[in-house]
Design a protein around this ligand. Structure first.
Ligand SMILES: Nc1ncnc2c1ncn2[C@@H]1O[C@H](COP(=O)(O)OP(=O)(O)OP(=O)(O)O)[C@@H](O)[C@H]1O
Ligand SMILES: [Mg+2]
Length: 132
């Protein structure tokens, strides 16, 4: 099992999510974060004060997957998050080993807990709109 940490532009989140859903990756945690990549800060003026902004608003996605899902998950994130042929600040993906996973409700562990194979899953009813 792996944990995929992806840091992407907030405005790209809907595209990334759609791209992941197409690969049946639907379980995720999203955090609003701020971060800095390899570029230096950018100069901005805010309320008359000139400041160097070194931390940019990003979204971090935490996705735990079985080994067989790692490649397609990473590819889906890149596809959804990249601007055209790629722009500075498009984001970064970290892939980490995941030792265990426990579904609290059932006590299931490891590969049985990580995915969505539970028989009790109810399909959502007909909806007009999926909110990304
Ligand atoms: N080495 C790192 N460690 C932790 N977080 C990082 C690291 N590199 C990038 N990040 C996070 O990812 C975000 C996006 O990074 P970014 O896409 O700017 O990477 P980059 O290495 O600067 O590549 P690029 O040159 O394409 O901009 C950063 O704002 C930061 O939150
Ligand atoms: Mg950068």
């Amino acid at each position: 099992m792996k944990i995929i940490l992806a840091i992407v532009r907030p405005e790209k989140l809907p595209d990334v999510k759609k791209s992941l859903w197409n690969e049946e990756v639907k379980m995720m945690t999203i955090l609003d974060v701020r971060g800095c990549g390899q570029q230096k800060g950018q100069i901005e003026e805010y309320r008359g004060v000139i400041e160097e902004v070194t931390l940019h608003r990003k979204v971090m996605m935490i996705i735990a997957v079985n080994e067989s899902y790692v490649e397609k998950t990473v590819e889906a994130i890149v596809k959804g998050a990249r601007n055209g042929k790629g722009k500075v600040g498009d984001g970064k993906i970290f892939v980490l080993d995941l030792e265990d996973c426990i579904r609290i409700r059932t006590g299931e562990k490891g590969v049985n807990a990580i995915g969505g194979k539970s028989k009790e899953i109810k399909k959502a009813g007909k909806t007009d709109k999926v909110v990304m």
